[in-house]
Design a protein. Structure first.
Lengths: 114, 111
């Protein structure tokens, strides 16, 4: 079964850090580009980061540049999002998705609050 | 950023009737490789998004053929030929041609 499973979300104080993980199974993860997409409570979808299949190219939306870092370990079929200097506006459900959006995980919730 | 504008934002529908959602971009979505990277996603209540259509009109595996996508350049449409109860949810268009990737605001389809 093709599957993406996110983990690592939780409650964190403003200025804090979290590391999200996404475990892939059922498909050739090392051949797929991957994205992180987030959805703030009651809001729409927002793309935030992309990584090429080999991990050699990344791209970010402006609001997260310098604070969030996408990475992957193809040997472990895993995608990551290191989140630093978190702000209240980063509160959202974070989804990992395949490059074209054909595969989505169930999401992991991040709440930034004191 | 390429802004994606959907209309309507709310779409009351009648079971068995057709429905249509428009998505417009402020720049052409034709990529330098000749493809147009315009996708449509469905998000049912409480669920993750699911891709229905990619590259304007290509239907994903398992997507009922009552869903169809059309358009070119800057104007795109998602059509549901005969709405069923399971089609309730929010529909998003998304462009994958220009950085940053951007979504439309979403269209809420309700019976």
């Amino acid at each position: 079964e093709v599957q993406l499973v996110e983990s690592g979300g939780g409650l964190v104080q403003p200025g804090g850090s979290l590391r999200l993980s996404c475990a892939a199974s059922g498909f050739a993860f090392n051949t797929y580009a991957m994205n992180w997409v987030r959805q703030a409570p009651g809001k729409g979808l927002e793309w935030i980061s992309y990584i090429r299949s080999g991990g050699d190219y990344t791209h970010y939306t402006d609001s997260v540049k310098g604070r969030l870092t996408i990475s992957r370990d193809n040997a472990k079929n895993s995608l990551y999002l290191q989140m630093n200097s978190l702000r209240a506006e980063d509160t959202a459900v974070y989804y990992c998705t395949s490059g074209g959006g054909g595969i989505w995980g169930q999401g992991t919730r991040v709440t930034v609050s004191s | 950023d390429v802004m994606m504008t959907q209309s309507p934002l709310s779409l009351p529908v009648t079971l068995g009737q057709a429905a249509s959602i428009s998505c417009r971009s402020f720049q052409s979505l034709v990529h330098s490789d000749g493809n147009t990277y315009l996708n449509w996603f469905q998000q049912r209540p409480g669920q993750s998004p699911r891709r229905l259509i990619y590259k304007v009109s290509e239907r994903d595996s398992g997507v009922p053929d009552r869903f169809s996508g059309s358009g070119s350049g800057t104007d795109f449409t998602l059509k549901i030929s005969r709405v069923e109860a399971e089609d309730v949810g929010v529909y998003y268009c998304m462009q994958g041609t220009h950085w940053p990737l951007t979504f439309g605001q979403g269209t809420k389809v309700e019976i």
